[in-house]
Ligand binder design. Structure first.
Ligand code: C2G
Length: 144
């Protein structure tokens, strides 16, 4: 594909306990271009963000790379790396969920900045809380 026809989208996150909200973000982000690059928060960067992920960076990376909407995954280890990443990957669009609305507007000097609506009712934190409760949901027994 000619370089001019390439439209690179870039996004970042922890993507712990990969869930529907993540998939919906990635699906819509990918639809804005011809490839999607994901900056995946390292375990040490999560500590800086005040987050502890249940799943290791390596395993979160493996799951993201298996997602049909993701074309590449690279480590996010610093708040300040985004401009260099945008230049490195030639990103045309920077995307985040709108819980970050406004936070990355300064990146508009490098590329389009787009905040997509967050998927309601699901979060890694919520999943963690649910898993600490007695599991009431049971798969229906398969009738012989
Ligand atoms: N997201 C969403 N809907 C949800 C949950 C998450 O759209 N129900 C989006 C978030 O808005 C974010 C992406 O999915 O754009 C990844 O979310 P997290 O893994 O929680 O990432 P976060 O901790 O917000 O890290 O430098 C940016 C940070 O690394 C973002």
């Amino acid at each position: 594909m000619a370089a001019s026809a390439q439209r690179t989208v870039i996004t970042y996150g922890t993507f712990d306990l990969f869930h529907k909200g993540h998939v919906e973000l990635l699906r819509r982000a990918r639809a804005l271009g011809t490839r999607l690059m994901v900056g995946l928060s390292t375990d040490s960067f999560n500590a800086i963000k005040g987050k502890t992920s249940a799943i290791s960076y390596e395993d979160r990376k493996l799951m993201l790379e298996a997602c049909r909407y993701v074309d590449g995954v690279f480590p996010e280890s610093d708040w300040a790396q985004k401009p260099a990443d945008i230049v490195r990957f030639g990103a045309d669009v920077f995307v985040m969920g709108d819980d970050w609305a406004g936070r990355f507007d300064d990146l508009a000097r490098y590329c389009h900045v787009c905040y997509l609506s967050r998927t309601p009712g699901v979060s890694s934190t919520e999943i963690k809380h649910l898993l600490q409760q007695p599991l009431t949901f049971r798969m229906p027994a398969i009738q012989p």
